[in-house]
Design a protein around this ligand. Sequence first.
Ligand code: FCA
Length: 331
Amino acid sequence: MRQFHKIALALGLTAAALGGMASTAKAEGVKIGFVVKQPEEPWFQDEWKFADTAGAEKGFEVVKIGAADGEQLMAAIDNLAAQGAQGFVVCTPDVNLGPAIVARAEAAGLKLMTVDDRLVDASGAEIEAVPHMGISARKIGEDVGAALAAEIAARGWNPAEVGALRISYEQLPTAADRVGGAEDALKAAGFPEANILDAPQARTDTEAALNAATIVLNQHPDLKHWVAYGLNDEAVLGAVRAAESLGIGADNMIGVGIGGAASAINEFEKPDPTGFFGTIVISPKRHGYETALNMYEWIANGTEPEKLTLTSGSLAKRDDYKQVLVDLGIQ
Ligand code: FCA
């Protein structure tokens, strides 16, 4: 300390200048971005919450930015670089932006990791060089299909009289895998393929799913019962709301989503059951806390994250969802 003072004096540094140095040292602490495509969706809010927990524990800063399209995402990357971040985790609004995101991050000198939606290159192949944490989409989709098939059987429905609302969003590979898995499991359980009815959604939110489902429901007044599946809880909620507006309630609708965040929990907490029968709960804690921590370790200690981590899910229904959330350490 004495030594430092002498040097400081020798250099003619004033107290104010020393204060300035201290704040520069602080600004050199680790700062990461956490950029998500749909900040209004509860899943992404939970990811942010758990990323913040990691930041608070390890003493790094998490800058949370919503980016709903490519332009906003490019601006977010520049903004992060300008404010001295060293890296970011992103769930992109469009996986086809892959090469542009990689190039922009590189130019800005930012480390890059993806969460939930994996980047693809111009030929549609996954960009394996960028570390990624996603869900085991096909397996989780299969769990959805198996849960639907089990409940159709439990209710004693004649499969010939059941329509399956397939809420699809094919341009997102994880969505195609989830929906494909659900469909495979339904078919494996003997569900008639002709009764699987595609309802493509224009965006991945509840309203878009509601619109898609309404069209299909109106086209098939002949079918007595319905099941619904899709990319996430929002997709299935859209189908459930569409059915309700046509007088098809919990008795004739079995919807199983993927997620388990507030959208699903609100549904389970309603006094009367709705057509939203269950959800495969996935972990925003792993996706938010772990990816933020991975990015921090990469920046602070040079430990590069695993190139690919796929997380699993657990079925939760109205009667057991609280325990499932506790078991997963989410609540
Ligand atoms: C995608 C979906 C989200 C969530 C996440 C794990 O990004 O759009 O709703 O399911 O995968």
